[in-house]
Write a protein that binds this ligand. Structure first.
Ligand code: HEM
Length: 258
């Protein structure tokens, strides 16, 4: 019986579950959820699994028996205790030289970074001139919307920098720089680093990014009016999410060092 992963712990004795078929493979899913699956594989002597790939990362841990794993064109001898990590999409094939039992752990291979589409890049870049022209009006409007709808964030900000316009100006500069360099993010590295340190100093958290995103997008709509077409809004929604991810990742690294 397969157990769905929950908050409850789970334990079993693998030796008791090993059962070899007279030929071929007997596999049993021990535990699974949406992101991972743990199975026991029992292969009869001389069973072969032809070359294939998996979209998930996989780990084989051999319990008993002998065999050969061909992984990315290299042979790995399988014997009790051997642990092999197979990255997603790596071609592999397997032969059991004796009755062979191993566990297979599959885990979701999540993309490290969301890539923005070429269409989004083109649209965002095409809006750079209007973002430059109306940048500070947009960011001032954004803060106005955010402080009205989420007054709890006010305490993180220096309100004098709001009143004299320096913070809206800094945000406008950052948004414009992103619009120009959306396809050359290396150029933003230093700026991202500086902003991320300021964010960590002011305790910005990942869950606050959707709030800023929603308010910024609303402000773009309010200020650009008819020029904020559906295509423009869709592109900026995708672009903002990608930028938010960059900040969240960098800030996570900084939080871990303090
Ligand atoms: C992609 C989204 C964001 C961009 C482009 C951005 C940009 C910036 C920039 C350019 C600065 C000025 C940094 C400096 O002084 O050198 C800043 C500061 C700051 N940001 Fe963000 N930010 C973003 C998201 C957020 C979020 C989600 C929050 C959470 C509420 C936040 C809160 C702050 C705070 C509290 C400061 C310091 C402001 C002050 O000193 O008064 N930002 N941000």
């Amino acid at each position: 019986m397969t157990v769905t992963i929950s908050n409850n712990s789970f334990t079993t004795t693998l030796q008791d579950l090993i059962k070899y078929p007279s030929s071929g493979i007997l596999s049993k899913v021990l535990l699974k959820d949406n992101n991972s699956q743990y199975s026991l594989f029992c292969l009869a002597k001389n069973t072969e699994i032809e070359e294939h790939t998996s979209t998930r990362n996989a780990v084989i841990t051999v319990i008993e028996g002998k065999g050969n794993l061909e992984l990315e064109e290299k042979d790995i001898a399988l014997a009790p205790g051997v642990f092999v990590f197979m990255p997603a999409n790596a071609p592999h094939a397997l032969q059991a030289r004796e009755n062979l039992a191993f566990t297979l752990a599959l885990s979701e291979h999540l993309p490290v970074k969301k890539k923005v589409s070429q269409k989004t890049i083109d649209i965002v870049k095409s809006t750079a001139p209007v973002i430059k022209q109306h940048g500070q009006t947009i960011t001032s409007r954004m803060y106005e919307i955010m402080f009205a709808s989420h007054p709890e964030v006010k305490s993180q900000f220096d309100m004098s920098a709001q009143a004299n316009g320096t913070q809206p100006a800094k945000l406008a500069t950052a948004v414009y720089a992103y619009a120009i360099h959306i396809d050359d993010l290396g150029a933003l590295k230093e700026a991202v680093n500086k902003i991320a340190h300021r964010h960590v100093a002011t305790h910005v958290l990942p869950e606050q990014y959707p709030i800023v995103g929603e308010c910024l997008l609303q402000a773009i709509k309010d200020v650009l009016g008819d020029a904020a077409t559906d295509d423009v809004m869709t592109a900026w929604t995708e672009a903002y999410q990608a930028l938010a991810e960059i900040f969240i990742n960098r800030e996570q690294e900084i939080y871990q060092t303090i």
